[in-house]
Design a protein around this ligand. Structure first.
Ligand SMILES: Nc1ncnc2c1ncn2[C@@H]1O[C@H](COP(=O)(O)OP(=O)(O)O)[C@@H](O)[C@H]1O
Ligand SMILES: [Mg+2]
Length: 579
């Protein structure tokens, strides 16, 4: 088992050590039992011990068995607690780590692979750990003790066992090694399967709207068949374990009985002794079987351990500097010679040579076709990503010099793909600031033009939002998200296409409220709709990651082709009224 993973045992160290110790006691007691049985047969029944001896020895035997049972159960409980505890801590660690991730870190892992890591992979590790601390101690002790007991009874017979152990052990290991790569493939395919199921369930409405159920079923069937095939292949190899085991056991027992029988005839061995030797050999062989099983389980879990470690070892890309600045002076924004690439240095640039100066309190529109890097540009302001070259400043200070939470508290952003959480509307809004009172919640909802429709719901602010916010309309969801962002009372508010589903009249009301109620807040509005940004103090036109034009709507109409073309098609063509 991997050292890094074992660090997560923490408060379950006691149980992790107790389990193997208890198992050791259990095995010592268990090994004594066949020898006692031999005595009952040889002395009590065949010898002259009589019924009294049989009863006395029998009671002792029961006592031994009960004691061994007690230790066995305790060991099982300790191992279960330790392994479940390890799993709990690992899950906690991964979750904690994910919370530290920057957008760049998140880009690296798919969400379904993170879910698989927190479920299937951790369960594998839990199983492997439990078996290791119970079985991997039990089996070797059992083998050694049983061999010693056999040697004490009959050296020739013991020799047969000693020869059989490496042969059987070797074969079982060989089978395990053969099966391992197949199991590894199974887990990779599991990822694909989970991804597919998650995507399908998340997009259930889209699938239905496009009547693509059959296609989706077909896709699922294929993946599921691949998992089945790979599993069958792996299991087919492992299935050899049992016949190999049976064959060896019966061969060994046959030899023992033959040699033992002769010894009894010649008077070198007692009947009971032969019985106990047979029991010892069964114990040895089944221990070997267990070792090979744990071995396979450990190999399977190795793939899981690697996948868990991948998350735990991911270095959070953004951390606070020492003496990071905690207060944002104002809502000034400056971009100085900014280049940005999602892939980092040397990859294609999403933004090229951006220079911008936005004054605190200004309203700035950002305009451009899809893929022109509008979202990319604004994501640099709350430092969701770090620039590749140049610098972004907020309140005159490089964003990298701020404490991350301080910066993001002052730069509130409504993401293009926004989500609401399961819970009441009230809770969802307050998620922006948990200390806000009812009046503040109501005020931001009024600002975002959400108050009126919330009040129309029978339960008002206590209306439950279902997962993903599917029980409110697109425009209502957008307004709730804006209200949530406003609650933070930010110095900079960024709306990334956040009113696309809101009708133009309401959209205008939202902008009016912004102008009147939060005049000191810098407002950055991304929109494909000219009317949403027309009255901004400055409009930035983006094209393929470069600034194509900058100025008021009036200026741009004279100087910028991209802006003029869209303006004419939307305003003059009356496309707006049709919306
Ligand atoms: N997380 C990401 N990882 C890699 N590339 C991305 C990511 N997000 C956006 N891009 C790329 O960056 C470019 C600009 O995207 P974006 O800023 O979303 O455009 P817009 O918001 O103007 O539609 C696109 O070519 C897009 O493919
Ligand atoms: Mg966008």
């Amino acid at each position: 088992m991997n050292k890094d993973i074992l660090k997560s045992i923490r408060e379950y160290k006691k149980e992790s050590i107790m389990a193997p110790l208890l198992v050791t006691v259990e095995v010592f007691l268990e090994v004594l039992i066949p020898a006692r049985m031999a005595d009952i047969i040889d002395v009590g029944i065949l010898g002259d011990g009589g019924v009294g001896y049989v009863i006395k020895a029998g009671l002792f035997l029961i006592f031994l068995a009960l004691l061994s049972l007690f230790f066995g159960v305790s060991a099982g409980a300790a191992a279960a607690k330790a392994s479940a505890g390890l799993a709990k801590n690992l899950r906690h660690d991964i979750f904690y780590k994910i919370q530290e991730f920057s957008f760049k870190n998140i880009d690296k892992f798919s969400s379904s692979s993170l879910v698989t890591r927190m479920t299937t992979d951790i369960t594998n590790v839990q199983m492997a750990f439990m078996m290791t601390i119970r079985m991997l101690v039990r089996a070797p002790i059992m083998i050694v003790m049983s061999v010693i007991m056999t040697v004490m009874i009959n050296k020739t017979v013991a020799l047969i066992l000693i020869c059989a152990i490496p042969v059987l052990g070797g074969t079982l290991m060989f089978i395990g090694k053969k099966a391992h790569p197949h199991f590894q493939k199974v887990f990779d395919e599991y990822d694909v399967l989970n991804n597919d199921v998650q995507e399908n369930v998340n997009a259930a409405r889209v699938v239905k709207a496009y009547v693509r159920e059959d296609h989706e079923i077909g896709k699922f069937h294929n993946i599921s068949k691949r998992v089945y095939d790979l599993f069958s292949k792996a299991e087919k190899i492992v299935a050899w374990n049992s016949p190999v085991m049976q064959f060896t056991i019966y061969t060994v027992i046959l030899c023992i009985v033959m040699i033992g029988g002769k010894s009894i005839v010649y008077g070198n061995m007692e009947v009971g002794e032969l019985t106990s030797i047979i029991v010892y050999s069964l114990q040895i062989l089944s221990s070997l079987m267990i070792v090979s099983f744990v071995f396979v389980m450990n190999m399977i879990s190795e793939a899981s351990v690697d996948r868990i470690n991948e998350v735990l070892k991911e270095v959070p890309e953004m951390t606070d500097k020492e003496n990071a600045i905690k207060t944002v002076k104002n809502g000034d924004i400056d971009f100085e010679n900014v280049d940005f690439s999602y892939g980092g240095e040397g990859n294609t640039l999403a933004l090229t040579n951006i220079n911008l100066h936005i004054k605190s309190g200004q309203t700035v529109g950002i305009f451009g076709g899809t893929g022109s890097a509008k979202s990319t540009l604004v994501q640099l302001i709350p430092r969701l990503y770090d620039v590749t070259h140049g610098s972004v400043k907020v309140g005159g200070v490089d964003v990298r010099d701020y404490e991350l939470t301080a910066l993001r508290d002052q730069v509130s952003m409504v993401l293009q793909k926004n989500v609401l959480f399961t819970g009441t509307i009230y809770d969802n809004i307050r998620w922006g600031d948990e200390d806000a009172d009812d009046d503040e919640v109501k005020r931001v909802c009024e600002l975002a033009q959400a108050d009126s429709f919330i009040k129309d719901f029978p339960k008002g602010y206590e209306t439950m939002i279902v997962e993903g916010g599917n029980n409110v309309s697109g425009g209502q969801k957008q307004r709730l998200c804006i209200a949530r962002a406003l609650l933070k009372k930010p110095k900079i508010l960024i709306l990334d296409d956040s009113t696309s589903a809101v009708d133009t009249k309401t959209d205008a009301l939202i902008r009016k409220a912004f102008r009147e109620e939060i005049p000191d807040t810098t407002k950055i509005i991304i929109s494909q709709r000219v009317s949403s940004i027309e009255d901004a103090d400055m409009i930035i036109v983006l094209d393929e990651g470069r600034i194509n034009g900058m100025g008021t709507s009036e200026e741009l109409l004279k100087t910028n082709d991209i802006y003029r073309e869209v303006y004419e098609s939307q305003v003059k063509g009356g496309a707006e009224d049709a919306e």
